[in-house]
Design a protein around this ligand. Structure first.
Ligand code: HEM
Length: 453
């Protein structure tokens, strides 16, 4: 976008109350508030709101989103809302910035290369098959709690792909310590009243406990690994061996800890949530399930266990996953802070301003997605949507900070869905109404329940 010094006009401001601004409107129902803003200000492309004493500019169109996260990404840092995550995740890929982030990303990127993922995909497929076996054994005439079932399997997958099967009986301990940490982090996000860490509130004590347990376990594992030259097929091994091309240096133990906790946190709730939404939608759309089953049967035939190539050869399944992430993007909002001034056409944005990009808002914009509430995987059919802006759909973000685990997540969801749909028929629980709960991820507020047979 232009950098010339042509005249500017002010960014529209959404009126609010004295002192609190738009905080109440936002807190009452953030998604509904963002949608209203889109309807009201969409034609003006952006709007300023004030939440929690901070002003932030919400970008309402794909072009501006692309400008912030891709074209002029160097002008945007992580912003204040990442401070809370930084307490939990340390200085890992999600929370770090600048040259430090660039170096870490360079070190970690090869571990997510297509060829490396083939090895991790085997673990995903094993776990997917074991998962449907467990579900089958425990079937009753009652509906299955899909929210719990998807958390269970994604936790197993992330723990095994990160730390390998060498953990033995530490698996459960580590998994539960890490999910406690995740739970405390989610609580911290919704709790408006926060005391400094040294005040022994229940939340603070839970944070210290969970952090100590996680650190003891992870540092123990790193220590053991450093003493052996044996190689393993997991992400920890790949990160332990990664060295910087320029300096020849690897990661310190503390850095490895931060990256492992980051990958664990970023990598399981997002996928579990997305799977729960996908199955919720599928249970209500038997016609879509039928087409998916035809594709799965044609690919797998009598086999129970797909190969990685099979997973990549089921385009309709990918369309379903995309359409589910369009309606319910797990990462529903991304925040940034402008480091210097910027120009968006004739709007001028000053330095040190909060910026919000909401995949949820962009994914429900009728200008890009006619009849946006309708679940229709054919929106992602190869022949459709060629005139759509690429940033109208950004479940994994974009630009250099694109989700490093996007291919990992897609493979995992393909594995879980194909194995589950191959084995079971789905039936909805009639009258079940699921609403959204936007925490760190966009969760279903009620547990999703589905009949499997
Ligand atoms: C459906 C599943 C997932 C979704 C929707 C998702 C979404 C996202 C989004 C939107 C971002 C960009 C955030 C921003 O720019 O502010 C991101 C970053 C990230 N994601 Fe994911 N993610 C998913 C799965 C995973 C998995 C499986 C992993 C790891 C195994 C992972 C690891 C990360 C990391 C490390 C980052 C930070 C990357 C960086 O800044 O360099 N994610 N994710």
């Amino acid at each position: 976008m232009e950098t010339i010094t042509s005249p500017t006009r002010p960014i529209p401001v959404h009126p609010g109350l004295p002192l609190v601004g738009n905080s109440f409107e936002y807190l009452r129902d953030p998604l509904a508030f963002l949608r209203r803003l889109q309807q009201q200000y969409g034609h003006q492309r952006m709007v300023r709101i004030s939440v929690g004493g901070r002003t932030t500019t919400l970008m309402l169109k794909p072009e501006e989103a692309k400008h912030v996260i891709q074209e002029n990404n160097r002008n945007y840092g992580r912003g204040k809302s990442f401070a809370i995550l930084r307490e939990f995740l340390g200085n890992g890929l999600l929370t770090s910035e600048g040259d430090f982030w660039r170096r870490q990303r360079r070190l970690a990127q090869p571990a997510f290369h297509r060829q490396k993922l083939v090895v991790l995909a085997e673990t995903m497929i094993d776990e997917a098959v074991a998962w449907v076996d467990r579900l089958e054994k425990s079937l009753t005439d009652k509906p299955v709690n899909i929210s719990a079932a998807t958390i269970d399997v994604t936790l197993r997958i992330v723990t095994r792909t990160l730390f390998g099967s060498s953990l033995g009986d530490q698996v459960d301990g580590l998994s539960s310590a890490l999910s406690n940490l995740n739970h405390v982090a989610n609580n911290a996000v919704i709790n408006p009243i926060r005391f400094p860490r040294w005040v022994p509130t229940p939340d603070n004590r839970a944070f210290v406990d969970a952090t100590n347990r996680v650190n003891n376990l992870i540092f123990g594992i790193i220590n053991t690994r450093r003493q052996t030259s044996e190689s393993r097929d997991d992400l920890l091994d790949m990160l332990l061996r990664a060295t910087d091309e320029e300096t020849g240096e690897g990661m310190s133990d503390a850095q490895l800890r931060d990256e492992m906790v980051t990958l664990f946190t970023a990598g399981h709730e997002t996928t579990a949530t997305s799977m729960a939404w996908t199955l919720y939608l599928l249970a209500q759309h038997p016609d879509v399930v039928k087409r998916a089953k035809t594709e799965i049967n044609a690919t797998l035939g009598q086999r129970d266990r797909p190969s990685t190539d099979d997973l990549r050869a089921m385009p309709y399944l990918s369309q379903i996953i995309n359409e589910s992430m369009r309606l319910y993007p797990p990462a529903w909002v991304m925040s940034r802070l402008s480091l210097g001034p910027d120009r968006f056409g004739d709007y001028a944005l000053e330095a040190n301003q909060g910026v919000l990009i909401s995949p949820y808002v962009l994914h429900h914009d009728p200008a890009s997605w006619p009849d946006p509430e309708r679940f229709d995987p054919d929106r992602f059919a190869p022949e459709s949507g060629s005139d759509r802006h690429p940033y109208a759909f950004l479940p994994f973000g974009g630009g250099p900070r694109l989700c490093i685990g996007n291919q990992f997540a897609l493979l995992e969801m393909q594995a879980l869905l194909s194995v589950l749909l191959h084995r079971f028929e789905l039936r909805p629980v009639l009258g079940q109404k699921i609403t959204t709960q936007p925490l760190i991820t966009l969760r279903p507020k009620q547990a999703v329940a589905i009949y499997l047979a």
